[in-house]
Every structure is written in structure tokens, then in C-alpha cells.
Design a protein around this ligand. Structure first.
Ligand SMILES: NC(=O)c1ccc[n+]([C@@H]2O[C@H](COP(=O)([O-])OP(=O)(O)OC[C@H]3O[C@@H](n4cnc5c(N)ncnc54)[C@H](O)[C@@H]3O)[C@@H](O)[C@H]2O)c1
Length: 332
């Protein structure tokens, strides 16, 4: 297929692009580089620098590359920032997203895979979280992503758009070329590794009094390669139906302390830690049930083990720091 990946210069997008190319798809990246890195885009992919709000450019790109499906990953995704500045999130995650959908409609592109977050569930009533569970976002980030999911449903109803919404939990890990480099960084594994090498003086643990096995929050980490492979499967099901899938690794998840300990073992370095009060709105446990995508699409995660995930992120970070050729510039 000819595929357009919005946000394909970002962390997960750059790995999705690698998997699309590996699966034999002609792949075009569309990214304004507000957060992404041009160097992260595989050289075999086409790259167009553009904003989702530029509907005319999108239509031109759809026609020029005869795009058949879109993987839509471009968004803002900082929970705290979304609370401080909801307008920024409604503008990019909803208004700009609708600009993409309308350009698709006008160019007759009928298939889309969308990156949604666990944040659409808010504070869940049960674990593991299933796709049919209550949707109650507690911040504008989750709310704007859910609004876009709702738009997909109505666009399908009226315009025969086919969609797969993939609700990711915590993406982590790296491939040989692509790793996580957000600015600011808010995700636990890169923060812990940065603390290990002294790029930050400590890593903070928010709350040690949760009802979990060691008092710290439990989260579900999914290797970015397993996540990217789910997109390839999602492209295939688009021929049959629209559907929503959770994507995590399930099981017992990992506590914050377990992540820090494993990172200490992988790096063989001491990781300075500080404990702080709980953050408002942080549920004790967030675990996905990924049974639906496993049974319907045969998704079979290969890198579930936390050590493998952290090891890949660690290898990438070390190469990234050593090799000036892959020294990405930070964007904000
Ligand atoms: N990282 C996670 O753990 C996680 C979890 C759940 C969902 N998600 C979702 O997955 C997607 C990718 O996440 P990520 O961590 O790779 O983020 P990222 O910030 O690394 O990548 C997003 C990319 O989108 C681009 N972009 C943003 N707005 C744009 C616009 N208006 N026009 C064109 N390009 C634009 C940015 O430049 C960047 O390259 C996001 O939609 C995010 O909400 C991520």
C-alpha cells in the first residue's frame, strides 16, 4: 500500500515508518517537525514537511503519492501542558485532526489508523482495562483524543471512512536507529536513564503509599517495535471493518520502583531517586487488556520483558550520545 504517516518524525512514528517499509509499503512521512526529528525518518521513506492544518498541501500529497491509507500519529501529548493550555490541544488534536480528515475525504482516502492513549479511560473502575470500559478522560489531552475518536465514528457513518483506533499504554524501548527523545521528557524510562548518566540529577517517584506491591504506581509498558507491528496488522483489518483495540502488554505490569531497579541492573549505574507526594489524577494501576487484538489479529508481542525494553532504550541512548551523525536536535 501507499501510506502516509502523520507524525512520522516523532518517537513512535519513526518506528512505525521502519515497520511499514519492512512490510513493503511505500511510506510518506508528513510532519511539521514541531516535536519530531528529520534524522529519525528512515532514508527510504519520502518526507514532506507540513502541518495538518494545511489541507491544500495534504490533498496535493495524497494525489502525488496516490495514498491509500493514513496512520495518524501527529499530536501534542503532554498531560500537564494540556491542563495548563487546553486551547493548544483542541487546536492540534481536534481542529488540525479534522483538517486531515477533510483532506482525506476530498482526496477520497478512506482508511485511517489512529494513535489514541490510555488517557481516554481516565481513572478506570477495573483492571485490566478493556475497550468496552467507561471512557472518562480527566485531562484535555485524553478529552481531545476521545473527541477525535468520536469524529472517526461519525465520519465512518456518513462518508464510509474506515478506521482503527489503537489505544496505547506506555510506549517504551528503541530500535537500532530510533529512540525516545522528547523535549520536555516526561516518560519514566528515558528519565531514569538520563538520571543514570547524570543528564539529570535524580528521578522523582510520585507517591509510595499506593495499594500496590511496593507502594509505587503500576504501569503497562509496551515495546515500540511491538506497538509498531500492531499498526501493520491494523492496516490489514481496515479492508473488513472499523475497530478499536487496546495495546499494552498486560500481565502484572511494572511498578515505578521495579523500572528503576531494572534500569540500575541494565546500566550497572546508580540511579539517584527522590520521593515526592502523589500527583493528582495518577491512578494506582493502569494495565491494558490486549486480548482483543491478540485474538482478532493475532498480535503477538515479542519484547514484553522489561529488561529487554530498557536494554534497547539504553543501547540507543548510548549510541545516540556517542555518534554525532545521529545527534538529533531538540525542537522546542
Ligand atoms: N509515547 C507514548 O507512550 C504514547 C502513548 C499513547 C498515545 N500516544 C500517541 O502516539 C502518538 C505519537 O506519540 P510520540 O510519543 O511518538 O509523540 P512525538 O511528539 O514524539 O511525535 C509526534 C509527532 O507529530 C508531529 N506533529 C505534531 N503536531 C503536528 C501537526 N499539526 N502537523 C504535523 N506534524 C505534527 C511532531 O512534530 C512529532 O514529530 C501521539 O499521537 C500520542 O498522543 C503516545
Amino acid at each position: 500500500m501507499n501510506i502516509l504517516v502523520t507524525g512520522g518524525a516523532g518517537y513512535i512514528g519513526s518506528v512505525v515508518v521502519e515497520e511499514c517499509l519492512r512490510d513493503g509499503h511505500k511510506t510518506v512521512v508528513y510532519d511539521n517537525l514541531v516535536k519530531g526529528h528529520r534524522e529519525a525518518v528512515a532514508p527510504e521513506a519520502e518526507f514532506v514537511k507540513g502541518d495538518l492544518l494545511n489541507g491544500e498541501l495534504l490533498k496535493k500529497v495524497f494525489r502525488q503519492y496516490e495514498i491509500e491509507a493514513v496512520i495518524h500519529m501527529a499530536a501534542y501529548s503532554l498531560v500537564g501542558e494540556s491542563v495548563q493550555n487546553p486551547a493548544k490541544y483542541y487546536q492540534n488534536n481536534v481542529v488540525a485532526g479534522l483538517s486531515l480528515l477533510d483532506a482525506m475525504r476530498e482526496a477520497d482516502v478512506k482508511k485511517i489508523v489512529f494513535s489514541s492513549p490510555a488517557a481516554v479511560y481516565g481513572e478506570p473502575e477495573k483492571q485490566p482495562i478493556e475497550e468496552t470500559d467507561k471512557l472518562a478522560p480527566t485531562n484535555p489531552y485524553g478529552e481531545t483524543k476521545l473527541a477525535f475518536e468520536h469524529a472517526l465514528r461519525w465520519y465512518e457513518n456518513a462518508y464510509n471512512l474506515r478506521y482503527v483506533s489503537l489505544r496505547y499504554f506506555n510506549a517504551a524501548g528503541a530500535t537500532q536507529r530510533c529512540g525516545e527523545l522528547h523535549d520536555p521528557e516526561t516518560h519514566l524510562i528515558p528519565l531514569v536513564l538520563q538520571a543514570a548518566i547524570g543528564q539529570r540529577s535524580f528521578v522523582e517517584i510520585y507517591g509510595e503509599d499506593y495499594p500496590t506491591r511496593d507502594g509505587t504506581c503500576v504501569r503497562d509498558y509496551i515495546h515500540v517495535i511491538d506497538l509498531a507491528r500492531a499498526h501493520i496488522l491494523a492496516l490489514k483489518i481496515l479492508d473488513e471493518k472499523s475497530v478499536i483495540y487496546n495495546l499494552g502488554c498486560g500481565g502484572a505490569g511494572y511498578t515505578v520502583r521495579e523500572v528503576i531497579e531494572t534500569a540500575g541492573n541494565v546500566t550497572n549505574l546508580e540511579i539517584p531517586v527522590r520521593t515526592a507526594a502523589r500527583r493528582a489524577g495518577d491512578p494506582a494501576v493502569l494495565i491494558a487488556s490486549s486480548e482483543k487484538i491478540k485474538s482478532e489479529l493475532g498480535w503477538n508481542p515479542e519484547y514484553q520483558d522489561l529488561r529487554l525494553i530498557i536494554d534497547s532504550a539504553w543501547q540507543w541512548l548510548r549510541n545516540h550520545l556517542q555518534n554525532s551523525e545521529v545527534k538529533y536536535t531538540t525542537s522546542t
